[in-house]
Design a protein. Structure first.
Length: 758
């Protein structure tokens, strides 16, 4: 009789010896993932952001019970004293009690305020009412203005709607009047009497006075619809004629009786809104139309009055967005003159850098040399001088010290890895780089031009904030960061990597995040996090030990992100490399970067995932369909799938129209490549997304079905472009589960199978 074998039992014991450490390692990785969600791992001691006072000191506000105390902090010494003296506090309290009937013994119940009227007064809101306190007269005025709620039709109209002009209205420069859009016309209220009068007429859902449509705020940064003149007598306003704009149907279907939202949305190659500029006299209600030569082939943006009120300026951009004119209009006649013109082979980038000085001159930024720089102009259009130059780009103008004659501005260095603060004299002399440490600097310059705060970090140094004199010399440290809790986790620092673009020449910046205690003898799966569209760079020399990519790596992945050509802050040639070729050059660069980084032995090039949202969702879908040998698992969120589906202003800026660039649109569409899908693709989308319409995902679903492909889909009801609420946590966990299921991450903690066998 054959003796019984005990091998199965021995095998089971060996398996347990292996599985137990694997399970422990998996738990450790998940614990690290959760731990990195705790912002308390990095402790900040001190003040990182200051509110400047007009004279160069800064404000410190402290909440005590139901009241707030305000202190003035001497910038140089750090000494504190009450911001408001006893006489001012008593005057405000007495006046507030008289005006409201509410008895207060100290300051009125406001938490924030702002200096107005050239520092002669403060403006604040208390108990849903607005007040103006004048220091010289010690007089508190309650500003009478209407309160209102936005209609349902404004839902989702623009980012930051709650704090927009449409939601909050705008006071005249002297606070004697208050203007708001009621329905579709501008109404002006006398803030002393509370009397409200309509000053524009004929507004409707199709022709809106002073109220922007969806396109202008979203893609042109134009959320303001009207501007007060400096003398408080006139309002320049935009009129949006959307009668010919396509109405996209969006269904809200969580209730038994669904509601239909019809969104005015101009798709690439279709009719745009026609926007005109008018000036209305608020006393007599007479409007003058400015001679803008408006049609659906031009954009009218960035209204601004000259300091003396003699003219109102605006910028006119052609539909191709490669010709920008800065123009000035006579507010009485509507006649227009051109101050300057910018022309670009690809597109002109809109900025907010137009800064008028008090002497009839202004500052302007331009990429005419291939790099954004600052120029000084006379208001008649004569260029006085360039203030900056060189093969590096200015970011934006931060502050102009008119008394001292300095312009402070941000700029980028080292292929956009670093950001710094600079200054230059308005006469062109004295150019100075004020921040010196390699890394990312965020600065706030005080109104008097005496000091600035410098918040700095790098890949190897956590954030610090330093108060500096205007010439860059340090005064004292305002805030430091302690990373002891984070250091105890013994994480791997992200590695800055340079790869080569698909053209074989251009260097590209990337970051590689690694699991804690990774074993270089093991090949880990890799996840690529991507955006890739025309925007600012994602790869910066800044502290990233707490980044989302670092968290994800702890679940057993190498995590990679990279800036392809087409992103900003590296000069116009780099940004325009994707012009007319979205989904071609950018995707080719991402694929080239992955091929290079996966040549490392500890990265498994056969297990590469990718995810992103919006443009990143588009890149994810394109990666799975056009580069199936490089990318194997993808989670695409809120994705454009065909540029014919997206809006005019964004799409045509980079692609022109489908009629002009049919080859670019065809090659940039995900739909023709549906038959190439061999990997695992999960698509997510909000059902009421009014930015990237859910029809994008539905079209790709149909193409994949037609190609006989299997895929995964999750729709989030009643969610706009950004998935929020409970949906945010759900989509995050769904993505993690999808990658875990299909990429089989390596548990954190080394070669545990080998360890268990020893």
């Amino acid at each position: 009789m054959k003796k019984p074998s005990f091998r199965p039992a021995l095998f089971g014991i060996a398996a347990l010896m292996i599985v137990a450490p694997l399970a422990q390692a998996q738990v450790r990785g998940e614990a690290l993932y959760e731990r990195l969600g705790d912002r308390g791992l990095v402790q900040t001691d001190g003040t990182t952001r200051v509110t400047w006072l007009p004279n160069g000191d800064f404000l410190d506000a402290e909440r005590v019970g139901a009241s707030t105390t305000f202190a003035r902090v001497d910038a140089r010494s750090g000494d504190r004293e009450p911001l408001f003296d006893d006489a001012t506090v008593r005057a405000m309290a007495d006046e507030y009690s008289r005006l409201t009937g509410s008895s207060v013994s100290g300051l009125p119940p406001f938490r924030t305020f702002e200096y107005v009227l050239d520092g002669e007064a403060i403006f604040f809101t208390a108990e849903e009412a607005d007040f103006l306190y004048r220091f010289r007269s010690r007089r508190l005025t309650k500003l009478e203005r209407p309160h209102w709620e936005l209609p349902l039709s404004a839902d989702g109209l623009m980012r930051g709607l709650a704090n927009s002009q449409l939601a909050r209205g705008t006071y005249s420069p002297d606070y004697s009047r208050f203007a708001r859009v009621k329905d579709y016309d501008i109404h002006v209220t006398n803030t002393t009497t509370g009397e409200e009068r309509q000053v524009t007429w004929g507004g409707s859902e199709e022709v809106m006075n002073g109220r922007p449509d969806w396109l202008y705020p979203e893609e042109l940064g134009q959320s303001i619809g009207f501007w007060w003149s400096p003398d408080n007598s006139k309002i320049a306003y935009l009129q949006f004629d959307v009668r010919e704009v396509y109405q996209y149907p969006i269904v809200h279907d969580l209730d038994a009786e669904a509601r239909l939202e019809e969104q005015r949305y101009s798709k690439a190659g279709e009719t745009n809104p026609t926007v005109k500029l008018f000036v209305v006299d608020v006393e007599n209600g007479e409007s003058v139309e400015v001679d803008t030569h408006s049609s659906d082939q031009v954009y009218i943006v960035r209204g601004a009055w000259l300091p003396d009120g003699s003219e109102v300026t605006f910028q006119r951009l052609n539909r191709h967005q490669n010709r920008l004119e800065l123009m000035a209009a006579n507010p009485s006649t509507g006649s227009v003159r051109t101050i300057l013109t910018e022309v670009d082979d690809a597109f002109v980038t809109l900025t907010r850098d137009l800064t008028f000085l008090d002497d009839g001159q202004f500052l302007w930024t331009s990429e005419r040399t291939g790099w954004r720089h600052i120029y000084l102009y006379d208001v008649d259009g004569t260029m006085v001088r360039p203030l900056t130059e060189g093969a590096w780009p200015v970011g934006s103008i931060s502050r102009v010290d008119r008394d001292g004659g300095w312009a402070y501005f941000t700029g980028f260095a080292n292929n956009a890895l670093e950001s710094h603060l600079f200054r230059v004299k308005l006469d062109g002399s004295g150019f100075q780089k004020l921040t010196v440490e390699p890394g990312t600097h965020s600065a706030s310059v005080d109104p008097s031009g005496a000091y600035f705060t410098d918040t700095f970090s790098s890949l190897t140094q956590a954030s610090t904030t330093t108060l500096r004199r205007a010439d860059g010399r340090a005064v004292r440290t305002l805030a430091t960061s302690s990373t002891e809790g984070l250091d105890a986790l013994r994480l791997e620092a992200p590695e800055l990597v340079t790869v080569t673009a698909a053209d074989g020449v251009t260097p590209l910046n990337g970051l590689l995040f690694k699991p804690a205690g990774y074993d270089p003898s093991i090949a880990y799966p890799m996840i690529v996090t991507v955006y890739g569209g025309p925007s600012g760079p994602r790869i910066r020399n800044t502290y990233q030990m707490m980044a989302g990519e670092q968290r994800l790596a702890q679940l057993g992945y190498m995590v990679w992100k990279m800036d392809n050509r087409g992103t900003g802050n590296r000069g116009k040639a780099f940004q325009a490399a994707t012009y007319l070729k979205l989904g071609q050059v950018d995707l080719a660069d991402q694929a080239a970067g992955v091929r290079q980084i996966t040549s490392r032995p500890y990265i498994d090039g056969s297990r590469v995932g990718i995810y992103g949202g919006s443009y990143g969702g588009y890149m994810t879908a394109m990666a799975l369909l056009k580069e199936p040998e490089v990318f194997h698992v993808g989670v695409a969120g809120s994705s454009v799938t065909d540029w014919r589906n997206y809006d005019t202003a964004y799409t045509e800026r980079y692609m022109r129209t489908p009629q002009e660039n049919p080859d670019g649109y065809e090659k940039g569409s995900a739909l023709p490549y549906a038959g190439n899908l061999t990997g695992k693709l999960l698509m997510t989308h909000g059902s009421t997304d009014n930015n990237v319409h859910p029809g994008n995902t539905m079209q790709l679903v149909e193409a994949l079905i037609g190609a006989g492909k299997t895929f995964d889909l999750m729709i989030y009801p009643q969610q706009r472009h950004g998935i929020g609420g409970a949906g945010r946590q759900h989509v995050t966990q769904l993505r993690l589960d999808y990658f875990r299921r299909h990429l089989h991450p390596q548990p954190v903690g080394g070669n545990l199978v080998q360890d268990a066998s020893q």
